[in-house]
Write a protein that binds this ligand. Structure first.
Ligand code: ASP
Length: 439
């Protein structure tokens, strides 16, 4: 058995956290490949090292004095090194970084140093080999991650290697220039490494005990999800459930490798399993609830729309022409509604409206703002009657007016449009009816 373990920033923010991570690694000899993030926050008001690096580099780029900020970053690492009792010195590394900043090596390079340096410390602490991600994680000339070339190089490099530490968050172009993933991207690196070594499990260690059924900022102490499928997770992450980077699913998904989200501060908890498919029922009919505010709907009416072939294409063309992506398109006989992100749409709204008039010649267009979408997700809904009924009666009891309903044909989710102001009430109502009432 082989396990890849990724530790998030808060799991490696201090020497104390490093020790917890090392204890976890040593507790299971199958935990052979380690992917660290950069040091995160030690306390709520703290700053992540990645953010410090971005701001320090921006000073350098503007020709301002950045020496003080760089010293502060160095101090963050020194505190960890001292706390772990290591004799390691990062002096030369910081001289190189200083030089690279002067030469304007770019913000990708700057941000990547967070994981790079933390991984050097982790490798020294564990006595494992350090592999620079710039040598094994490859981006193509368009700046996109290159999965096949990476898998080849990384697989080759790790073959026969008992242990290794590989920094998260970045890789490089073929010419060696460093490129990072989007924020939170160390999750992706962990997944890439798991694929390359054909791991049995990809463990993702963070500061919560897995995925929660609902957002803890809305529901007090929500239940944790035991098992969730890749597809369910994708629906929930897309709708705003944090914890795990959306793109991190793809590499392991190809190999059917399960992901286990765990809590570094409570390693005794089983966490959440993310799997391709399972015959395990989730504890409740629904697996999770998530949602986002800040949508608006563009309602288009045209008599006899139902018999006009190509109407939908023309309407969507207007959005495409202005680079606006749509979220949902519920339609009726003579109406079609397009849900878009309000902040993307607001500046272009009148242009889009006139484009719709020009292209599709509708009778009227009506825009409604400040809407939220709530996604109720669950593989169990397919085989359970009455789920939609329960959702809508719960919402009615909570006095929430439902503005839109969209159930995908996979029956994996039901999306409900409500006013922004009803968002929290709607989530509470759905949580109560499916979870609280079953406890
Ligand atoms: N350190 C990076 C960030 O803060 C990547 C990560 O932690 O996954 O976004």
């Amino acid at each position: 058995m082989k396990k890849v373990v990724k530790f998030g920033g808060s799991s490696l923010a201090s020497a104390e956290q490093f020790r917890k991570a090392a204890d976890i690694i040593h507790a299971d000899k199958e935990r052979r490949y380690v992917v660290p993030s950069a040091p995160g926050k030690r306390f709520p008001a703290d700053t992540k090292v990645t953010d410090m690096l971005y701001s320090c580099y921006h000073l350098a780029e503007e020709g301002q004095d950045y020496a003080g900020e760089l010293k502060e970053i160095e101090a963050r690492y020194q505190e960890i090194i001292d706390g772990l009792g290591l004799s390691l010195s990062l002096k030369e590394e910081f001289e190189t970084i200083h030089k690279q900043f002067q030469e304007k090596a770019g913000e990708n390079y700057a941000a990547s140093r967070g994981e790079y340096l933390n991984s050097i410390i982790m490798a020294a602490f564990l006595g494992y080999e350090f592999i620079d991600a710039a040598q094994v994680i490859r981006f193509d000339e368009n700046g996109d991650f290159d999965p096949e070339v990476t898998n080849q190089i990384l697989g080759e490099r790790l073959k026969g290697m008992e242990h290794a530490v590989i920094p998260g968050f970045y890789g490089a172009f073929a010419d060696g220039r460093v490129k990072t993933f989007s924020r939170g991207g160390s999750d992706i690196t962990g997944s890439i490494v798991a694929r390359a070594v054909r791991a049995d499990v990809y463990e993702n260690w963070t500061d919560v005990s897995g995925f929660l059924v609902a957002d803890p900022r809305i529901i007090e102490n929500p239940e944790a999800i035991e098992t969730i499928t890749y597809k369910e997770l994708r629906e929930l992450s897309y709708m705003g459930a944090g914890v795990f980077h959306e793109d991190a699913i793809f590499p392991v998904r190809r190999e059917g490798i399960p992901i286990n989200i765990r809590n570094t501060n409570k390693p005794e908890n089983a966490g959440t399993w993310i799997v391709e498919s399972t015959c395990q029922k989730s504890r409740y009919v629904i697996t999770g609830i998530a949602g986002k505010k800040g949508f608006c709907s563009v309602n288009i009416e045209k008599a006899m729309m139902n018999s006009e072939i190509g109407f939908g294409r023309k309407v969507l063309q207007a959005f495409e022409d202005y680079g606006i992506s749509f979220e949902h398109v519920p339609s009726g006989i003579d109406t079609m509604t397009i849900f878009v992100h309000q902040d993307e749409f607001i500046d272009k709204e009148q242009k889009v409206v006139s484009a719709i008039h020009r292209l599709a010649d509708p009778d009227s267009i009506d825009i409604e703002a400040d809407l939220a979408l709530v996604a109720v997700v669950g593989r169990g809904m397919k085989s359970t009657r009455g789920t939609a009924g329960r959702i809508f009666s719960a919402l009615a009891h909570a006095n929430v007016n439902v503005k839109m309903i969209d159930q995908g044909s996979s029956e994996l989710n039901i999306i409900i449009g409500v006013a922004n102001d009803d968002f929290e009430t709607a989530i509470k109502a759905v949580y109560d009816i499916f979870v609280v009432s079953q406890l």
